[in-house]
Design a protein around this ligand. Structure first.
Ligand SMILES: Cc1cc2nc3c(=O)[nH]c(=O)nc-3n(C[C@H](O)[C@H](O)[C@H](O)COP(=O)(O)O)c2cc1C
Length: 365
């Protein structure tokens, strides 16, 4: 067995057998005018499937709510034209042996006034509070919250009908679902607020509604993070006990896979040798995806500020898979640089990888 072999062992999630452990991390592209993914989107994902990615998680995709996203080129999971576009994406990915989940997204209070696609739609959130705690708008009513839960479920049902293999709910980085998880943005006193377990209620009801809108064996993944895009040092769970209380209701609701978002996968949690994905697996008993600078020597924030990152070896993350601490490994920027990253790694051709440059973020091909 070569040292990278554990990354190329198959993995089973319900009826879905993934050929290897490499996941394409969700990355917003904004290349879908009017919310409709066209031929270029299908080609972009098909290239990653051809390059050997076991499971693609798409860029964030808007659910059907006027304030879901902040750009009119972000794709949506509703409406005939968009769903026809997604059908083509899923079928092109399947044609070359790939598997694909859409990432269902609502930005909540991260939306700024006047942003597209619906300039008049105000930001919505559990308590009308921005991530810094500033009051921006009125809290969502219970009826509004129930509407949003229905919109996630509608998107999940649409995704299944379009041919996707499962869904990922974006519950990370300070967006809407995470705003419910986070005590500083969720001060509600109804069933959607309270302690860390009670604050999962919105996520829990979304998972249950998505399950009802799909099938019992349709994989539902939840992406979550300790950090927010506005505060990299934030900690949703400060102890393993809190993390367990956070995870349990979500597991009971039917989450099949936790995608634990970190900027650097090797950073450990709670003074232990495990990272947050390792802890999530240990406490939930569910499969997990780890992510964060896999195969690169610099993190996402460095890239966003123009700092170069270079391809590096992946022994450390492969060892985590081999030890069974994590099941799947998501790769983001390295796959923007080179769609054939998995094949080149598997064949020991790392020297042939196309470097990550600032252009990789502009062209997004
Ligand atoms: C251009 C770009 C867009 C991103 N968009 C999303 C997104 O829509 N949803 C999400 O959960 N994460 C998003 N991320 C974060 C990535 O999924 C990933 O977690 C992060 O880039 C770390 O992985 P990496 O170091 O392998 O790039 C984005 C990252 C990049 C570089």
């Amino acid at each position: 067995m070569s040292s990278i072999a554990p990354l190329f062992k198959s993995f089973r999630l319900h009826n879905l057998t993934l050929p290897n452990r490499v996941v394409m991390s969700p990355m917003t592209r904004s290349h879908s005018p009017g919310g409709v993914p066209g031929a270029n989107v299908a080609a972009y994902y098909r290239r990653r499937a051809e390059g050997g990615v076991g499971l693609i998680v798409t860029e964030g995709v808007a659910i059907n709510h006027p304030a879901a996203v902040s750009d009119d080129k972000i794709p949506q999971m509703f409406g005939d034209a968009a769903l026809a576009g997604w059908k083509r994406v899923a079928s092109e990915v399947h044609a070359v042996g790939g598997h694909i989940f859409p990432q269902l997204w609502h930005v909540g209070m991260m939306r700024k006034p006047g942003e597209l696609p619906n300039v008049d739609a105000p930001a919505v959130g559990p308590s009308g509070l921005a991530l810094n705690g500033k009051k921006i708008s009125e809290p969502l009513t219970e009826k509004d919250v129930e509407y949003l839960i229905g919109a996630y479920a509608e998107a999940a049902g649409n995704a299944m009908k379009a041919g996707f293999d499962g869904i990922e709910l974006h519950g990370a980085h300070g967006y809407l679902i995470d705003q419910f998880f986070w005590g500083q943005t969720n001060t509600r006193t109804d069933r959607f607020g309270g302690d860390i377990a009670a604050r999962t209620r919105f996520g829990v009801e979304i998972v249950q509604a998505c399950r009802r809108a799909t099938r019992p064996d349709f994989p539902i993944a939840l992406r979550w993070s300790q950090w927010k895009s506005t505060d990299y040092n934030a900690k949703l769970a400060t102890t393993p006990q809190e993390l367990e209380r956070f995870l349990k209701p979500l597991v009971d609701a039917g989450v099949d896979l936790f995608h634990c978002s970190q900027r650097r996968f090797w950073e450990t949690e709670f003074d232990s040798a495990l990272n947050i994905a390792g802890w999530t697996k240990k406490l939930s008993g569910k499969p997990v995806v780890t992510v964060g600078s896999v195969g690169l020597d610099g993190d996402l924030i460095g890239s966003l500020s123009g700092k170069p990152s270079h391809h590096v070896g992946i022994d450390k993350v492969v060892a985590m898979v081999e030890r069974g601490e994590v099941d799947l490994v998501a790769v983001g920027r390295a796959l923007l640089a080179d769609a054939a990253w998995p094949v080149k790694i598997r064949e020991g051709r790392a020297q042939d990888l196309t470097p990550l440059t600032q252009e990789s973020f502009v062209n997004l091909i």
